[in-house]
Design a protein around this ligand. Structure first.
Ligand SMILES: C/C(=C\COP(=O)(O)O)CCC[C@H](C)CCC[C@H](C)CCCC(C)C
Ligand SMILES: Nc1ccn([C@@H]2O[C@H](COP(=O)(O)OP(=O)(O)O)[C@@H](O)[C@H]2O)c(=O)n1
Length: 359
């Protein structure tokens, strides 16, 4: 994998900053949607900044050595046209079948129930033990759900139909967890102790996060894929690896181990990279070289791993704390990654951050 992406949502947008213009800094690229919303044009733009935090006068962000700049430009050239709709058959199907998105939503909802049932069967058959079966559901359902996003059309309401899938699962958990309807199979496979009220904590938060990232980030913003990667891949693998190999405990939490935290960091990062690669090669995001964005991704994954390791889980569920940190830190550092990918130096990146978040 040689490229990395940033979404149009997270690319450094220079337009709104002009109001506070003091001087002109040709720095970033501006991603704009073309009128038919099927193509995103990547256009060079001039960032006009007020030198709030910069001691030196602003210079061009493309201060990288000429060879590096040329290499970057070559890598970026094939990506000048970023498609907003990736799978061609989806466009064709959405045009041919008016209820396409609804069909996708129903199919995903049916698959979600079937997927949980498969693990329940495997557990009953003695193939998987209870804890492992539950963790595998935790690790797999969110990431598979994110993959289903690819089948939805470009319609503005598509994300809401997709978000209805976790919402329907949430209603089911609410009904079973509160005792409104009886489903011992679901209680057994989704709870640790067999208490139905447990469904109203970890599993319900998990589902709420999936619904929120679908509506807030959808396919346009890498923060969503990172959040799911850390909550599902990262946190899930921390448990599986930590329980098996976690002999060396963390000094600040004797319940967690170095092995578990390392697994969380690397599994979350690997899953996020996988999504980046997939969404980028399908054309949802602008692609940038992996080596440029990887350090920023490491900051996000590191912050999530640290939060997960703290002894606060008893009062703040890690299905909430990890996604909150993942989304928050992603929103903070990914614009910097975009700036870096466009050749901005560190002080200029800090300046971009100030402009993006303070103005
Ligand atoms: C067991 C789960 C969370 C508990 O976390 P923790 O307390 O161990 O930290 C996961 C619960 C999953 C849920 C019942 C089903 C979610 C389905 C999802 C919204 C859609 C998947 C669609 C796809 C096509 C499989
Ligand atoms: N960083 C971590 C996380 C979990 N683990 C192991 O996984 C078990 C369950 O972790 P947890 O209490 O965070 O479980 P969940 O709330 O994520 O389901 C712990 O008791 C540890 O044995 C670990 O060793 N290191």
């Amino acid at each position: 994998m040689s490229t990395m992406m940033l979404s149009r949502g997270l690319s450094v947008s220079c337009g709104p900053l002009r109001a506070r213009a003091g001087s002109s800094l040709p720095c970033c690229s501006l991603l704009t949607l073309s009128h038919d919303k099927r193509h995103v044009q990547l256009a060079r733009s001039s960032l006009t900044v007020q030198p709030l935090g910069l001691r030196q006068p602003p210079q061009s962000c493309n201060t990288a050595p000429r060879q590096q700049q040329q290499r970057l430009q070559q890598q970026q050239q094939p990506r000048q046209q970023v498609r907003a709709s990736a799978l061609p058959f989806v466009n064709a199907a959405a045009q041919a079948i008016p209820q396409w998105d609804l069909l996708c939503g129903v199919a995903a909802a049916v698959c979600s129930i079937a997927w949980v049932k498969i693990f329940d069967r495997l557990k009953r058959a003695g193939v998987l033990e209870q804890k492992l079966s539950r963790k595998l559901v935790h690790i797999t359902t969110g990431p598979i759900f994110v993959l289903t996003w690819l089948f939805f059309s470009d319609a503005p309401y598509a994300r809401f139909i997709a978000a209805a899938v976790p919402c329907l699962n949430g209603i089911r958990l609410l009904a079973v967890g509160s005792g409104l309807i009886s489903n011992p199979g679901l209680v057994n496979s989704m709870s640790r102790s067999g208490d139905k009220a447990e469904l109203l904590r970890g599993p319900l938060y998990y589902i709420a996060v999936l619904a929120a990232v679908t509506v807030l980030f959808w396919r346009d913003n890498p923060a969503g894929a990172i959040t799911v990667s850390m909550m599902c891949g990262g946190d899930g693998l921390a448990d599986i690896v930590g329980r098996r190999f976690g002999t060396g405990k963390l000094p600040w939490n004797s319940n967690k181990s170095w092995a578990g935290s390392a697994a969380m960091f690397f599994a979350g990062m690997a899953m996020a990279c996988g999504y980046f690669w997939l969404f980028c090669s399908l054309g949802y995001f602008e692609c940038f070289p992996l080596q440029l964005v990887l350090p920023y991704l490491a900051v996000v994954c590191g912050a999530c791993t640290l939060v997960e390791s703290l002894p606060v889980n008893s009062w703040f569920d890690d299905n909430l704390s990890v996604p909150l940190v993942a989304a928050g830190v992603s929103m903070l550092v990914l614009p910097l990654a975009a700036a870096a990918a466009h050749g901005c130096s560190l002080p200029q990146q800090q300046h971009v951050l100030q402009m993006l978040h303070i103005s």
